[in-house]
Design a protein around this ligand. Structure first.
Ligand code: ATP
Ligand SMILES: Nc1ccn([C@@H]2O[C@H](COP(=O)(O)O)[C@@H](O)[C@H]2O)c(=O)n1
Ligand code: MG
Length: 210
């Protein structure tokens, strides 16, 4: 089920190589739905590496790179950074990590992310984990998060919700139409949500092993 990344395809797109067979699960859901929290649990129980697109962009912003100011401004406004930048960060992280199975958290966020990732890397996700949570609950969680993020304020949160509804939900719908989405009720407690997540990964592993 893994994808052999097509080096020629990537060369044609001018991007770096991922010279290994990788399995990818996209983890999607609104701001504060619990993606990062649950990815940490999945890493411990199922041996995946966790790549958060947001974390990679924040690290790039803080590294003094030439894209730093652009990334800073876009995160502050809750906008989606051009795919080229984010995909390079994801590719580099997968290449540098010895693992061959990855949770990609918060990506693809829009159609440009989705189509560019597929054409540049040739990778199709094994499945998509979708954390479904009411906006009111997500807003409460983000405002109480205390991680010093400069997009965790009410003004930026409103914009992030707009982007989520307008640009990310259609991507989830796209994968749903391909039968790839596992929807999780993310409004429950962290432990209850993880019970549901465990079922998804356990049955996937059983299927792959069969
Ligand atoms: N099921 C839950 N119930 C209550 N609080 C939760 C739950 N899951 C996560 N949280 C808390 O909500 C906040 C947001 O969670 P987390 O950072 O995992 O969300 P996220 O989906 O990664 O958000 P973002 O897209 O903004 O990065 C954190 O403070 C976390 O501890
Ligand atoms: N594919 C992505 C993912 C994230 N961003 C930017 O980062 C912000 C924070 O993302 P989180 O997943 O950590 O919430 C997000 O609002 C975007 O500005 C992006 O551009 N592309
Ligand atoms: Mg997160």
């Amino acid at each position: 089920m893994g994808t052999v990344v097509d080096a020629a395809n990537k060369e044609a797109n001018g991007s770096s190589h991922i010279n290994k067979k990788v399995k990818v699960v996209f983890v999607l859901g609104g701001p504060g739905s619990g993606k990062g929290t649950q990815c940490a649990n999945i890493v411990k129980h199922f041996g995946y590496s966790h790549l958060s697109a947001g974390d990679l962009l924040r690290a790039e912003r803080d590294s003094g790179s030439e894209n730093g100011t652009m990334i800073k401004n876009m995160i502050k406004k809750g906008e989606i950074v051009p795919s080229e930048v984010t995909i390079k960060l994801l590719q580099r992280a997968m290449e540098e990590d010895g693992n061959d199975k990855f949770l990609i958290d918060g990506f693809p966020r829009n159609e440009e992310n989705r189509a560019a990732f597929e054409s540049v890397t040739g990778i199709e996700p094994e499945f998509v984990l979708f954390f479904d949570c009411p906006e009111e609950e997500m807003e409460k969680r983000v405002l109480n998060r205390n991680q010093n993020r400069d997009d965790d304020n009410i003004e930026t949160i409103r914009k992030r919700f707009e982007v989520y509804m307008g640009s990310t939900l259609p991507i989830i719908e796209y994968y749903n139409s391909k039968g790839k989405v596992h929807k999780i009720d993310a409004s429950k407690t962290i432990d209850q949500v993880f019970e549901a997540v465990k079922e998804v990964f356990s049955s996937y592993e059983d299927k792959v092993a069969a």
